[in-house]
Write a protein that binds this ligand. Structure first.
Ligand code: KG4
Ligand code: ZN
Length: 326
């Protein structure tokens, strides 16, 4: 079995995965959403302190499995430096105490493998990763052959939901709150411009849309208008992804397509992507809702593959890499 730790942002999570079968034996996650909610976003130092409290509490529950562990895995990149350190330090201590090898896992590859928890992998895949930290399209051929073909030039898709929710005084994380508010709103009421629609570039940008939404919020005569702003924002934020994907599909026809990351839980996005894929008859893979947001089950799933490939780190060399991507 492999014990895996995730602490790249505001979720403290530990999993135990069986190497032979990919079976998830144990998974526990403690989220910090309530603690960060009053600030309208993640406060790194507070997050680090909360990881330092939560991770040992979860680890205690995994003690019955200690003698079965063949390796310890941990998210080492990308993420917040002060929170990644919490997980990596704990993983190193476990590796030393139990005399087992350590595996450093890339969080973005973790999101891709959230599709395959307790399942066999299926490649090649075109993946749209939409999270709080990233918006990118990747061509995934295997564990070690992943190419990013488009990414955001500024804010990410999920982050733009968080910022709009903050501007409306709704709390954090913004994605589910905006989705809920948008349900009863008019998607066509506010005619926001689709970002980069005149640009031939296949890339994403959300900062301009965020500013347009800010102006609409300032102009709103009452809070009742927020539902229409939320609905129009969600529509345009999604339309931007669809427009660029359509452009990309002119050069690479999708066969198996997947959406992963915390914001892949968005129901409007899911339904619009389903429509987009119909003419191509492409298969759509989605993670289970509980594994869209950050978790350690996905880190464990990657770790199993890395273990089989012998992709271990040395204790001295394993370091956090907050900015590294794939
Ligand atoms: O993957 P994740 O848990 O953390 C990162 O790796 O960043 O993603 C969290 C992000 C937050 O920005 C959150 O607002 C967004 O995912 N999110 C959503 C929804 N649920 C979560 N965004 C839009 N619609 C949702 N339903
Ligand atoms: Zn994530």
């Amino acid at each position: 079995m492999i014990l895996s730790i995730e602490s790249s942002c505001d979720d403290s999570a530990i999993s135990i995965t069986e190497i032979e079968t990919n079976k998830l034996i144990f998974h526990k996650k403690i989220s910090q959403e309530i603690e960060h909610s009053i600030y309208g976003g993640v406060v790194p130092e507070l997050a680090a302190r909360l990881h330092a409290q939560a991770l040992p509490k979860i680890l205690e529950q995994t003690q019955p499995y200690f003698d079965k562990l063949k390796a310890v895995a941990v998210t080492s990149s990308p993420g917040l430096a002060v929170t990644l350190v919490e997980g990596v330090t704990m993983a190193k201590a476990i590796a030393v105490a139990l005399d087992i090898p350590i595996i450093g896992v890339n969080h973005l590859i973790g999101h891709v493998y959230s599709l395959f928890i307790e399942k066999e992998t299926k490649f090649p895949l075109t993946v749209l990763l939409v999270s709080g930290g990233h918006t990118q399209v990747m061509e995934v051929k295997s564990l070690t052959d992943i190419k990013t073909v488009a990414k955001s030039m500024d804010d990410s898709f999920g982050e733009s939901f968080d910022k709009v929710a903050k501007m409306m005084g709704l709390g954090y994380p913004g994605g589910p709150l905006i989705q809920e508010l948008a349900k009863d709103g008019d998607r066509k009421k506010h005619n926001f411009t689709i970002p980069l629609s005149q640009s031939p570039k296949i890339a994403f940008s959300y900062s301009g849309l965020k500013n347009a939404v800010r102006l609409a919020i300032e102009k709103a005569e009452s809070k009742d208008e927020y539902k229409n702003i939320a609905a129009s924002f969600e529509h345009i934020a999604t339309a931007h992804l669809l427009q660029k994907l359509k452009k990309y599909f002119k050069t690479v026809t999708p066969q198996t397509f997947a959406i992963v990351g915390g914001a892949s839980a968005n129901l409007y996005l899911r339904s619009q992507i389903e429509e987009l894929l119909k003419p191509y008859k492409a298969e759509l893979l989605l993670s289970e809702l509980k594994y869209c947001s950050d978790n350690a089950a996905m880190i464990g799933r990657v770790a199993v593959e890395m273990y089989k490939e012998g992709m271990f780190s040395s204790l001295e060399d394993l370091d956090i890499s907050p900015k590294s991507e794939v």
